[in-house]
Write a protein that binds this ligand. Structure first.
Ligand SMILES: NC(=O)c1ccc[n+]([C@@H]2O[C@H](COP(=O)([O-])OP(=O)(O)OC[C@H]3O[C@@H](n4cnc5c(N)ncnc54)[C@H](O)[C@@H]3O)[C@@H](O)[C@H]2O)c1
Length: 488
């Protein structure tokens, strides 16, 4: 496969433990001993960690993860996994080669499994009808056809990927369109994990949602899937629903989360005009038990592979059902996010005397959030591109995402990538904090200040630094949603 966005990798730490799993004759015999054979199609950020946790928690099941991307499978079978998540390497090391296998033989995997999770990518469509908004379902549909072609016994097919509501209907139609009659039950089991805390989320989820048709077969199938999770998730956290509610809940959950961020970010703009402090406002409203305190931190904007794509998918669905006002409401969540990123850049430009040309700007963080090397839809990419347009010289530092940053910014010359934040900031006019990595709050900013061009600026796009302390050192400090602290 050509190297592209979906191939962006984050190098994890080395894996120690059993030799990587490859199918052998010995394992053929062992297969009989397993209660269930589970397959997952798609070995990405969701498929890999999710199946590793299922295998780890359920030694009685044989779990195989397959992918068309041979390089990714090679990495899952190596001592450097293609996904970085705290705790993932230990879990993979414990299960791989025992009851967890990574393979490129999709057909064999389909034939041998009773339960097939589908965790392929469903990016935003970039062509044709719905371009820039609808979900691109080509990978999902190819998978459905592959299952239909290879299957020679009944299967439960589990939608793990995030898809538009009523996709299960299309899945059923494809699966049952072959003349030979094989029973398929399609079940929806959306994944709610957050990157950066994926293993904790999988081991102790707020809830597991399983939807199916309300037929005897559908209910049997969803119970079967619930039975997997019951190995480690308390029963009261496993909820069942009709299949359409389950499909829609995933899109709506992401839309609500992103809406909270856009709401507080919209308030941050008003705070900057009125000397109100967005952190104080967030704390005050978050103590209202009806609202709760999560997702009330203002920032440069949300990123990640899911929020924008899932909201746009929801917007497209609403439009295609003629619900234009509802579509506009949800689209405004994305618009505020774009506005916030641009506002951040314009604030840098305005504060640094309306020109950035030739100035050196250091980006502290490139990942879309701390705890991951994933840079999909990261606000840092937008900021870097805009700064390059303003002809600033850019230096990027990040503890986990530099490899992906280099891929994302491959077309822009002159950007420097530096692991050590002290070395990265030295000689710069400004620092922009774009990822909330804990290490940035703990740096010796006297040392950083001494090494920078004066006047020195800090734009804290995550509100993670000690603004008063930085101001005392001599920095001109520009937080989000708070009054700037300047020396002129
Ligand atoms: N990343 C997240 O945090 C997250 C969280 C919850 C849900 N989701 C959803 O889960 C789904 C997967 O997301 P991801 O981040 O794991 O994507 P990803 O791009 O990391 O992985 C998808 C994998 O599927 C593989 N693939 C595509 N077509 C295939 C085929 N026909 N056969 C075999 N493999 C195939 C790709 O090669 C890729 O490795 C998406 O629908 C996404 O919206 C993602």
């Amino acid at each position: 496969m050509p190297r592209g966005k979906d191939d962006r990798l984050l190098k994890g730490g080395p894996i120690y433990g059993r030799t990587p799993g490859v199918d052998t004759a010995g394992e053929e015999n062992m297969k009989q001993r397993y209660e269930k054979n589970i397959l997952c199609i798609g070995a990405g950020y969701v498929g890999g960690p999710t199946m590793a946790v299922i295998a780890h928690k359920c030694p009685q099941y044989r779990v195989t993860v397959v992918d068309i991307n041979h390089e990714k499978i090679r990495q899952w079978n190596s001592d450097r996994l293609p996904v970085f998540e705290e705790g993932l390497d230990g879990i993979v090391a414990a299960a791989r080669g025992k009851n967890l296998f990574f393979s490129t033989d999709i057909e064999k995997g389909i034939k041998e499994s009773e339960i097939i999770f589908v965790a392929v990518n469903t990016p935003t469509k970039t062509f044709g009808a719905g371009a820039g908004m609808a979900a691109d379902l080509q990978y999902w549909e190819k998978t459905a056809r592959q299952i239909r072609e290879a299957a020679d016994s009944p299967k439960i097919v589990v939608e793990k990927c995030t898809i538009p509501v009523r996709t299960a209907l299309a899945m059923e139609r494809i699966l049952t369109s072959k003349s030979s009659r094989i029973d398929f039950e399609v079940v929806s089991n959306p994944e709610f994990l957050s990157e950066g805390t994926a293993i904790g989320d999988l081991e102790s989820p707020d809830r597991v949602l399983i939807g199916s048709r309300e037929t005897a077969g559908g209910i049997r199938a969803r119970r079967e899937i619930a039975g997997i999770y019951e190995n480690w998730v308390p029963k009261e956290r496993i909820i069942e629903s009709n299949i359409w509610s389950s499909e829609l809940s995933k899109l709506v959950a992401n839309a609500f989360l992103a809406q909270r961020i856009s709401s507080i970010n919209a308030v941050s703009a008003l705070c900057e005009k009125t000397e109100a402090d967005v952190a104080e406002v967030g704390r005050a409203i978050g103590m209202d038990s009806r609202l709760g305190s999560s997702f009330l931190k203002a920032s440069v904007g949300f990123g990640g592979s899911c929020f924008k794509k899932d909201i746009l998918n929801l917007v497209y669905l609403c439009k295609s059902h003629g619900l234009h006002e509802v579509a506009d409401y949800w689209e405004s969540v994305v618009k505020i996010n774009e506005y916030q990123k641009e506002r951040f850049v314009l604030n840098m430009l305005g504060s640094m005397f309306n020109t950035l040309a030739g100035k050196k700007i250091c980006l502290f963080g490139f990942a879309f959030k701390a705890g991951t090397g994933d840079t999909r839809e990261t606000p840092a990419l937008y900021v870097a591109k805009r700064l390059a347009e303003e002809r600033a010289e850019i230096v990027i530092t990040d503890p986990k995402a530099l490899d992906n940053a280099k891929i994302d910014l491959a077309g822009i010359d002159g950007i420097r990538y530096v692991g050590d934040p002290y070395k990265a900031a030295a000689g710069c006019d400004a620092i922009a904090v774009l990822t909330e990595w804990g290490l940035y709050a703990g740096l010796d900013y006297r040392k950083v200040y001494r090494s920078m061009v004066k006047p020195a600026f800090i734009f804290d796009g995550r509100n993670v630094l000690d603004h008063q302390g930085l101001h005392k050192i001599g920095f001109n400090v520009f937080p989000i949603g708070k009054t700037a602290l300047v020396h002129f």
